[in-house]
Design a protein around this ligand. Sequence first.
Ligand code: CUA
Length: 349
Amino acid sequence: MHRLRPVTRRLLGAASLAGLSSVATAASAWAAPWPLDPSSPTSRAISELFWLTLIIAAIVFLLVEGLLIFSSLRFRRRSPHPTQEPPQIHGNTRLEVMWAIVPALILIGLYGMSVRTLGVLNDTPSSGVHVQVTAQQFQWNFSYTDSGVQTVNDLHIPAGVPIIFDVTSKDVIHSFWVPELHGKIDANPGRVNHIWFQADKLGEYRGACAELCGPGHAGMLFTVTAVSQSDFDQWLQSQKSGGATAASGQVAGGAAAADAGKQLIAQKGCGSCHMIPGVSGAVGTVGPNLGGVAGRTKIAGGAVSNAGPDDLKKWIVDPPSLKPGTAMPKLGLTDDEATKIVAYLETLK
Ligand code: CUA
């Protein structure tokens, strides 16, 4: 083989460096969630096991490949005896025993570490916030067992407190996954799976369905908002009373528009799918509870940002255009009707 000229080698080196750095840039630009940035004792245990396995695998890989390359170069055929066979070796008991025992010990060690990690994951704390998770095509229903509060695609939790989940499904198999807080857990119809996690820090975590479950799978997203215990209690209260701290006067269009919106909401039948504070008979649980909807920074399970009334209006006028596959229908609202409905929804802070 011809030796590579130094300039060629330098070019190759530069190209591989450039390749590496572009991979690194892409990785850092790839937004959260990232399972290797754990924010819960459970996801940390999983991540530690991953790194341990990766490091051991890397050492074995380098050792084996290194010996292979070394042997190929060191013992290759070369002049002045191009046709002479090197000494042939058959069997080496000591080596063979060694390369059977060492991998066996490594596997036994990894097995032990896996069992230890499973122990951490299964060691559900005796107290915490209990949440029932029911998946369905294509949304996540959360029910807070202790308070009876129900939400859709919107999970509020107190940080630093264990959250204990019963996960099931109404229809097909889904998979409940918040990468930074826990591994995936299947949501199976007719079966309840249990997991727990605990958010280390305040903030928003993204969750997703991790099992192909139909045409709306990609949109089956949810947000986990970790807040302080007092904010959580307040949030629960606002969900129960419906966030009915109405502030109609401060809303665009004023109290009259909000009142008209409330009538429209009742007429259009929004309450058959949504729990809507202040609207009698609006106790649906198909869609999200709208208590506090105006205060949410994201709606439609995180698919649509909600910076103000205009976003909410765009959403209710034509939901499928903003989130294809959504269960929220296009109701054919006129601009005026949409404005009034939003005026009421804006009172639900
Ligand atoms: Cu539910 Cu994918």
